[in-house]
Design a protein around this ligand. Structure first.
Ligand code: NDP
Length: 500
């Protein structure tokens, strides 16, 4: 009897991981699945390679990473089509994702020296005979575990920055997007030559779990909060440091002086692009009373025009992970059962493998659609008395990834008050595409930062070296210290610091 497989669901067959198209179920890739021993072997090879890569220095690593980036740029259409086949993402969305991946890799390669180069540090008044040297040394081998929703951009936020900082990387792509992961590794090998600097290990979640216990020097995890907690627990056993980039429930706040057309455009794009499968996608909109009705009309109008389909040029593609459809359905169902109204879509909008745009209003704040990550093309739109109430509600979830504020006079103050790692003013998701800005969350959205100066430092250890440059006139850190010296120190401290 033929086995009926769910389109999109990856599976193992004779030691191979098979990824399938979420609409047709056609096989997209067949890659060797790693056994636990294979993960250890990859980490061992990476460790040898890390030494060579670290010794290359910033200039040579920059040259090689830019050569790789050039290959990605030249072949970005090919990668976008692969993404489309493997995840269902419209090709235009794939191209945008890759363009931003390229920008980040270029920035990391070009800025690693400025951020991480060794620098001389001054001594202090008490210790003028010492000089300091601050170095940022690579960890060695970084294990990167990635999700499928932005299968290039998201893991590359760790991979590109870790490589630029001088580490080797072992990458476990999501089982839903292994072909994209393999494409990245293959093009690196073509451009840079020395493949063990960057390898992939494929398989299901157990391969990710094996990577966390493989002796890597740091783990950069991006995925759901539940898995993030498991990864952190595994890393705690060996005190392996971690960066944890998890899910979110990002809110958009629309104040009374907002440009409503721009706000509606951003809410629909931020909430429904990539079929809503965006960690920093907009899931909740809080609009002040005076603009609520006008905004809602615009939201329904714009979302109603989106074309949902499997083809390359659709606005909204399929839901990549078949299991997510039940979660989206449950959230819509729960919202309506608790008194919410579907201004657009609703339960009928869930037509696997698609979910059509859905806008829910009057949804109680304690319902799943407001509290938990939905990860589908849905928005809750809620009327609030003023922007302060909007901030209170936006902050009422344990997540804290991104936020979006539309307005003029108070926009910056509101952006500061939202409990999140990032905020976009009069735009959405824009913080992720500025390579100079760090990316990461607070609370259940995780901790640590990728991108920007902080993202480079995340993949390097600060090493402090103090050197005595001349004999000590006043030996303090020695048993030769005298009562006279102690008296002098006391007098100087009082004079310098005791007068406030
Ligand atoms: P998951 O948490 O299901 O999986 C993430 C990765 O972890 C996958 O590669 C997965 O492998 C692997 N994994 C599974 N179990 C373990 C384990 N026990 N130990 C180690 N690794 C394991 O997330 P999704 O792939 O479904 O991604 C969607 C989530 O990612 C959403 O919550 C989204 O918000 C979040 N995300 C966060 C971003 C951020 O930057 N903050 C960016 C993008 C997405 P496998 O797939 O084989 O199970």
């Amino acid at each position: 009897m033929a086995i009926v497989r769910t389109p999109g669901l990856p599976y193992l067959d004779d030691g191979k991981l098979i990824s399938t198209n979420p609409v047709t179920g056609d096989e997209v890739a067949r890659l060797a699945a790693a056994a636990p021993d294979d993960v250890d072997t990859a980490v061992r090879r990476a460790r040898e390679a890390a030494e060579r890569w670290g010794e290359l220095g910033f200039a040579e690593r920059r040259r090689r990473l830019l050569a790789w980036n050039a290959v990605i740029a030249r072949r970005m259409r090919e990668l976008a089509h692969l993404m489309h086949r493997e995840t269902g993402k419209p090709v235009g969305d794939g191209l945008l994702e890759i363009a931003n991946t390229i920008e980040h890799l270029s920035w990391a390669a070009r800025n690693a020296r400025r951020v991480l180069r060794a620098r001389r540090m001054r001594g202090s008044l008490l210790t003028p005979e010492y000089g300091g040297l601050l170095e940022y040394q690579p960890y060695g081998v970084v294990g990167v575990i990635g999700p499928w929703n932005y299968p290039a951009f998201t893991p590359m936020g760790s991979i590109g920055y870790a490589l630029a900082a001088g580490n080797a990387v072992v990458f476990k792509p999501s089982e839903y997007s292994p072909a994209v992961g393999e494409w990245l590794v293959t093009t690196f090998a073509e451009a840079v030559g020395d493949a063990p600097m960057f390898q992939a290990v494929h398989g299901l979640g157990d391969v990710g779990a094996a990577l966390t216990r493989s002796g890597v020097d740091k783990v950069a995890f991006t995925g759901s909060t539940a898995t993030g907690k498991r990864v952190m627990a595994a890393c705690a056993e060996s005190l392996t440091p971690v960066v944890i980039e998890c899910g979110g429930k990002d809110a958009m706040i629309v104040d009374a002086d907002a440009d409503l057309d721009a706000a509606a455009d951003a809410a629909i794009w931020g909430g429904m692009a990539n079929a809503g499968q965006t960690c920093v996608g907009i899931e909740r909109v809080y609009a002040v009373d005076s603009v609520y009705d006008a905004l809602l009309t615009r939201l329904v109008d714009r979302a109603g025009k989106l074309r949902v389909a499997a083809d390359e040029g659709a606005n909204v593609g399929p839901i990549t992970m078949p299991g997510q459809i039940d979660i989206i359905r449950r959230h819509i169902d729960d919202a309506i059962a608790r008194g919410g109204t579907a201004a657009l879509g609703g339960l009928d909008a869930v037509r696997p493998p698609y979910v059509h745009p859905t806008i829910l209003t009057d949804v109680p704040e304690e319902s799943d659609a407001v509290c938990q990550e939905t990860f589908g093309p849905t928005l809750t739109v809620t009327r609030v008395a003023d922007a302060d109430e909007a901030v209170r509600r936006a902050n009422a979830t344990p997540y804290g990834l991104g936020a979006s504020i539309f307005g003029r006079r108070r926009a910056l103050a509101l952006a500061r008050k939202v409990r999140s790692g990032m905020a976009a003013i009069n735009s959405t998701i824009s913080f992720a595409v500025l390579p100079t800005l760090p990316f990461g969350g607070v609370g259940e959205s995780g901790f640590g930062r990728i991108h920007g100066d902080d993202g480079l430092r995340e993949f390097a250890r600060a090493k402090a070296i103090a050197r005595r440059r001349m004999p000590s006139a006043l030996p303090l850190m020695s048993f030769r210290r005298t009562p006279r010296a102690e008296k002098l120190v006391t007098r100087v401290m009082r004079a310098m610091h005791g007068r406030r």
